[in-house]
Design a protein around this ligand. Structure first.
Ligand code: C2E
Ligand code: MG
Ligand code: MG
Length: 393
């Protein structure tokens, strides 16, 4: 039963009543609070599967503060965010929550469409009050850690590669390896559906070892067919806390006669928030061994300029949220422009990800961006299609 409690936190009592009605219409139980402090006094622990609908703008403790407190708890509820601000605030809050390892199911702008709210509830909570059934349904929808560990070792993971092109010449700069899970029952699962789980359960070491092993194997196949392709691979916070990673990788590359400068490791800006001393050590050694280092999703984390300067990054990847909005949103465009200037000033190659149309491409060219990646150029594709794609270009 507890699976179906939906907590509602919104300072407007009228809004709370409306939301509670929808929750009940969906066959679930609602418990509403108009004050965050009261909420934390009364609810001190959450069972897994609990959902909290959270209004961001509240007097006193606001939604961002609530998220910070939840992130410190052993078990946090999954969140549906609501805000009367513009969509940018909601997106920023979503990112902030995810950086704190909270599960954000969806976000809704006020005035909230009640139909949409109900369909979100039905999607994530179901309208069934029997614990057994809701658990088995959750198990189908959400693979667990044991299943994921097995998938890593049973070869159920695959890499897709997305081309990155030099903006000046249109030539291939490299490809980014993006992991997918070819699930036997559920089909292709994207990283959003299992990377957070892997991070939570300490599986990123195993997963990343598989990824780099596969990248090296693929790189060799491409070499045999006459192509030298640089590859970028993503690594997580857990990896940059592993002191043996630099040696492991450089040995792997040496064993396969692969030039380390052909491999770039992408670390998200938010992964750098953790233990900086250890990660600084590891990142510096990766760089000393010749690998490229890219700061991914730049603009969404909290790295300070001095921090950026201390870590020997070779590449800066502007977050796709800014890039894909830059044609419509002058603020996003200003951020992109500043990121390009900053990257160049610090001698980094600047990559824009999420380039979806010609207009964005043109603006980026005008701003002097070095490399572009995005659906406008190509979607991520299986390794076998990469050669075909290159030939047809
Ligand atoms: P990322 O490294 O920032 O990768 C870019 C994401 O943007 C990819 O999503 C890609 O498919 C998507 N994308 C590319 N071009 C466009 C575009 O033009 N428009 C839009 N809307 N999206 C575009 P994907 O493959 O779902 O990966 C999501 C994230 O999962 C990655 O973000 C990365 O942080 C993480 N990830 C993927 N593979 C791995 C991995 O092997 N290890 C780790 N640690 N993380 C991974
Ligand atoms: Mg990346
Ligand atoms: Mg990114």
């Amino acid at each position: 039963m507890s699976h179906n409690i939906i907590y509602l936190l919104d300072d407007e009592a009228g809004m709370l009543d409306l939301l509670a009605d929808v929750v009940e219409l969906a066959g679930l139980r609602a418990r509403g609070y108009t004050c965050a402090r009261r909420f934390f006094e009364e609810v001190t622990a959450f069972e897994s599967g609990t959902i909290l609908v959270l209004d961001l703008l509240m007097p006193g403790m606001d939604g961002i503060e609530v998220m910070r407190r939840l992130a410190e708890m052993d078990q946090a509820p999954a969140l549906i965010l609501i805000s009367g601000h513009d969509i940018g605030v909601l997106h920023a809050a979503e990112k902030l929550g995810r950086a704190q390892k909270l599960e954000i199911l969806d976000s809704l702008a006020k005035p909230v469409s009640l139909g949409l709210f109900r369909s979100i509830l039905e999607k994530y909570a179901g309208n069934d009050t029997s614990e057994d059934q809701s658990e088995s349904r959750a198990a189908i929808r959400k693979p667990g850690a044991a299943q994921l560990r097995q998938a890593i070792h049973d070869g159920q993971l695959v890499l897709h590669y997305q081309p990155q092109v030099e903006m000046k010449t249109g030539t291939l700069a490299g490809v980014e390896a993006l992991v997918r899970w070819q699930h036997p029952d559920q089909g292709l699962i994207y990283p959003g559906g299992f990377i957070p789980l892997a991070e939570q359960k300490g599986l990123m070491g195993e997963l990343s070892h598989w990824v780099v092993g596969e990248v090296v194997r693929q790189e060799q196949l491409w070499r045999e067919s006459g192509l030298l392709i640089s590859v970028s691979a993503n690594i997580s916070a857990e990896n940059i806390a592993s002191l043996t990673l630099p040696e492991y990788l450089s040995q792997l590359l040496a064993d396969n006669q692969l030039d380390p400068t052909r491999l770039t490791l992408e670390v998200t800006e938010s992964a750098l928030m953790g233990e900086l001393v250890t990660s600084l050590d590891i990142l510096t050694r990766l760089r000393l061994k010749g690998m490229g280092l890219s700061i991914d999703d730049f603009g969404t984390g909290y790295s300070s300029l001095s921090q950026l300067h201390r870590i020997p990054f070779t590449e800066l990847k502007i977050d796709l949220g800014f890039v894909s909005n830059m044609t419509a949103d002058t603020e996003a465009r200003a951020i992109v422009k500043t990121c390009i200037l900053l990257g160049h000033e610090l001698n980094m190659k600047v990559v824009a990800e999420g380039v979806e149309d010609q207009h964005t491409w043109d603006l980026l060219t005008g701003l002097g961006c070095d490399v572009a990646q995005g659906y406008f150029i190509a979607k991520p594709m299986p390794a076998a299609e990469v050669l075909k794609w290159i030939r047809s270009h």
